[in-house]
Unconditional design. Structure first.
Length: 130
């Protein structure tokens, strides 16, 4: 779906680059998101077994907490919603048309492919310490 109000990909890319530069300049931190998902998992787990999370070596080093990276990932979610809404391209849809055409309407196959792809992406990101 294309709209005349859609954001220019060049403007959006340029603004992303500017935010990346400002992130390093102001906070001394590079963009990253994968640690946030691990921290969120730690936050959820600490609701049920806080003593277990406190003992895990990884969570001693990378505390499950809300930090700038968590806010960055939240900002991506909120910003993408605002961009879609203001461009007139927002629509409620459980499964994108592309996914439906490639993987069908069966939730099991789509879920498996999404999980498998996400696992590979997360593994690579964690290997790169990102």
């Amino acid at each position: 779906m294309h709209s005349d109000k859609a954001w220019s990909p060049y403007l959006a890319g340029g603004l992303s680059g500017l935010v990346s530069i400002l992130s390093v300049w102001i906070a001394g931190q590079y963009f990253g998101a994968s640690t946030t998902f691990v921290r969120i998992a730690g936050m959820i787990e600490s609701v049920f077994t806080p003593e277990r999370v406190a003992q895990l070596e990884y969570f001693v080093r990378v505390a499950p907490r809300v930090d700038w990276q968590w806010m960055f990932v939240t900002g991506i979610l909120v910003g993408s919603f605002i961009a879609a809404w203001t461009s007139g391209t927002f629509k409620k849809q459980w499964v994108p048309d592309m996914w439906n055409s490639k993987f069908g309407h069966t939730p099991v196959k789509r879920g498996f492919m999404a999980f498998f792809g996400g696992a590979i992406a997360m593994f690579g990101a964690r290997m790169a310490d990102g």
